[in-house]
Write a protein that binds this ligand. Sequence first.
Ligand SMILES: Cc1ncc(COP(=O)(O)O)c(C=O)c1O
Length: 277
Amino acid sequence: MQSDYMHWAKTRAPVAFPLGSSEVAHFRMDRWEIDPAQLDLDGASYYRYAPLREAIAAKEGVPPECVVMADGTSMANMLAMAALIEPGDIVLAESPAYEPMVATAAHLGAEVRSFTRRAPAFAIDPDALQGPCKLIALTSLHNPTGNLADEVTLRAIGAFAERWNAHVLVDEVYLDAAATPQRSAATLGPRFVVTSSLTKVYGLSGLRCGWILAEPVLAERICGSTNCSASPRRIRPSGSPASLWPGSTRWRRAPLPCLPATGRWPTPSSPAVTMSS
Ligand SMILES: Cc1ncc(COP(=O)(O)O)c(C=O)c1O
């Protein structure tokens, strides 16, 4: 598997003013309130670090059972697609596209068909989608144009997916940079699978803190696949009080199954989450 674009981006000669960069200035560790020397990196490898998962669930407006951790959005996209498509399935991908998403679908053996986002707005026209398909893959904010897919559009795409028994994968790694805050597409129903991370809007690319939001049964399946692709870890200040890291003691003592079966899908009227950066 190769992404020609990423290969170019990682091997091109450095320039003084890299206008192609897509993330905010890196957040330096000396700005943390925690002393990095006190971080405990050698915890046991459980499926999910409960406090992080709960924090992401609260931020995104979904139950914790819907959250699966991944090493960045890149891995999140790979894990989500691996769970959703099989060789020969048709994936509808936006054009222009973030090329690694297309490369991932192709790598998994999908037949990728593109639908065009037309200039000048580059908004998605749901009528441009043509079935059948197993997955519709898009970014919001759109890479490369920054177009926000509004909820009316997303719901129309969701209805299209429903008709074809398909899923909608929305890469929301830039969503928190939207001029008008918008809740995650994951809150719109079980057809939607969302990926994101702390890379772009928070300047924490080195942390590789990414996640997938999916309905609980699918999330469980994706979570199981992380045994073959990643080792979910926990980082916590050594000796920090349990009140700072709720659930961490319980988590350490008793490895939990991937998901407690308490998931409840949020209703469409769930309040939007206020984004902060
Ligand atoms: C749309 C999109 N998704 C994912 C990524 C990669 O994000 P991460 O560093 O979280 O893997 C990028 C990086 O350019 C991106 O533009």
